[in-house]
Design a binder for this molecule. Structure first.
Ligand code: PGA
Length: 253
């Protein structure tokens, strides 16, 4: 069985000016320059993409964006096109983050359009899914994940999804300091992999990286990454400081 190469991704949300972002990215570069056995990605705000991309050029850290619009250009005030992200040096794009779903009206339908647009622009989509606390308490976790995967990936052909990354982020664990237990995370990841298998076959399910997100920190990452179906992490708060994210990237199992 081919091991999935871990992906350690930092989601900087709406933090850091472009100057601050370049400074943290440069600091991180020094800390992780020797890392060759895992992929690393940083997703700063739009205004920082180009300068951070320049700072990361020819390095082992890839650039990612936090969202995109599905049209290639046009009168869409405030939006950003896939081709613009590609031109800025992005390799990845986060799609359907729970904060987009919660505050900006993102639905599985719009997630689906954004994933298609990302794939067409040769960007690697990082599809974020996860249940709220109320849904978990009502035993709806699996049904929520089923719906998010089915609708988010509706009408895709197997060949479209070669570079798909999924991020399982229980909403109750994001920015709260409450992390899913290793067993809770593993159970959800295994379920997501089984959904991918049902929809797209064993090979794709096997190859697709499923990241865990939600209060990942230097002191819990080692334990989480021991679980067989956790293939990396999507890190918010603890990715904002280079030393903390540098440690997370270099997790030990
Ligand atoms: P957190 O955020 O690490 O601050 O919980 C994770 C995320 O929202 O991707």
């Amino acid at each position: 069985m081919d091991a999935r190469r871990p992906l350690m991704a930092g989601n900087w949300k709406m933090f850091k000016t472009h100057t601050e972002a370049v400074a943290t990215a440069s600091e991180l570069l020094h800390l992780v320059s020797g890392v060759t056995d895992r992929d690393i990605m940083l997703a700063p705000t739009y205004s920082a993409l180009v300068p951070v991309g320049e700072a990361l050029q020819n390095s082992n850290i890839s650039l990612g964006a936090q969202n995109l619009f599905w049209e290639s250009d046009g009168a869409f005030t405030g939006e950003i096109a896939p081709g613009m992200l590609k031109a800025a040096g992005c390799e990845y794009v986060i799609i359907g983050h729970s904060e987009r779903r919660q505050y900006f009206g993102e639905t599985d339908g719009t997630v689906n359009k954004r994933i298609r647009a990302a794939i067409e622009a040769d960007l690697r989509p990082v599809l974020c899914i996860g249940e709220t606390e109320t849904q978990r308490d009502a035993d709806e976790t699996f049904s929520v994940l089923d719906k998010q995967i089915q609708n988010g990936l509706q009408n895709f052909a197997l060949a479209d999804l070669n570079h798909l990354v999924v991020a399982y982020e229980p909403v109750w664990a994001i920015g709260t300091g409450k992390t899913a237990s290793t067993d809770q995370a593993q159970e959800a990841h295994q379920h997501i992999r089984s959904l991918l298998e049902k929809a797209f076959g064993q090979d794709l399910a096997h190859r697709t990286r499923i990241l865990y997100g939600g209060s990942v920190k230097p002191d819990n990452v080692d334990e989480l990454m021991q679980m067989p179906d956790l293939d990396g992490a999507l890190v918010g708060g603890a990715s904002l400081k280079a030393d903390s994210f540098g440690r997370i990237v270099q997790f030990q199992t």
